[in-house]
Design a protein around this ligand. Structure first.
Ligand SMILES: Cc1cc2nc3c(=O)[nH]c(=O)nc-3n(C[C@H](O)[C@H](O)[C@H](O)COP(=O)(O)O)c2cc1C
Length: 205
């Protein structure tokens, strides 16, 4: 599919058919994610694809438990908000595949020459690790569309990061960053409306 068309067609897909995603397609999604730019070309990522229903269900249970534990404020919407968030954080359990992105801390060139901690440099550079992660995930989302799938980026499950890392056997120096749920869309959705160009563009001549 032409890139422009792929970009324009992409929208978050959260409902999937039962059709499984072949391993080679999962690998291809990850390969394309890995082609993204990253800080100093460090490529700090690895990807764990999960198609096992029991594992996905265990993960979703941990996320639900975590959300239920969150202290509610006094608003009358509180319970509704939590159950809404719970759905957006756990729908992945019904996806044919979920790809977890894990990353290790990158060591910037600056770290070798200045007396600042990794965290301080990362903050100074405005979190290039997370910016790199975003580029890779977007590559994956666009590739999913290009390959006839639908996908959705998820950060909400990260609320249960520690438990999920245990389930997925993520070990130091790697830590969980985000998930992408992928599968065949159960129905075609129209892309969401986005801000018009004049609202988001400014030119300094
Ligand atoms: C960093 C990030 C985290 C997101 N986390 C979630 C999530 O946890 N659950 C979810 O259902 N959607 C999640 N989304 C998808 C957004 O809700 C979605 O991109 C947004 O509503 C715009 O819709 P569109 O993707 O169809 O254009 C996330 C998107 C981004 C970029």
């Amino acid at each position: 599919m032409e890139l422009k068309q792929t970009i324009e067609k992409r929208t978050s897909i959260r409902n999937f058919t039962e059709e499984s995603v072949p391993v080679n397609d999962l690998k291809e999604l990850v390969r394309r994610a890995g082609l993204a730019p990253s800080v100093n070309n460090y490529q700090p990522w690895k990807f764990i694809a999960v198609t096992n229903k029991d594992v996905l269900s265990k993960m979703a249970i941990k996320v639900s438990e975590k959300i239920k534990e969150l202290p509610e404020n006094k608003s009358i919407a509180s319970k509704n908000v939590k159950s809404q968030v719970e759905w957006f954080a756990t729908f992945f359990e019904n996806a044919p595949a979920v790809i977890a992105m894990v990353m290790e801390d990158y060591e910037s060139v600056l770290e070798k020459g200045v007396q600042l901690s990794h965290e301080e440099i990362n903050k100074l550079r405005n979190f290039p690790d997370m910016q790199s992660a975003g580029a890779a995930i977007q590559n994956m989302l666009l590739s999913a569309v290009d390959m006839g799938y639908g996908a959705c980026w998820l950060s909400a499950p990260m609320m249960a990061k520690e438990s999920l890392e245990k389930i997925l056997a993520v070990e130091n120096p790697y830590h969980l960053i985000a998930f992408v749920a992928v599968g065949k869309p159960s129905r075609q959705l129209e892309p969401k409306s986005k801000k018009p160009i004049d609202e988001i563009f400014k030119l300094i001549e």
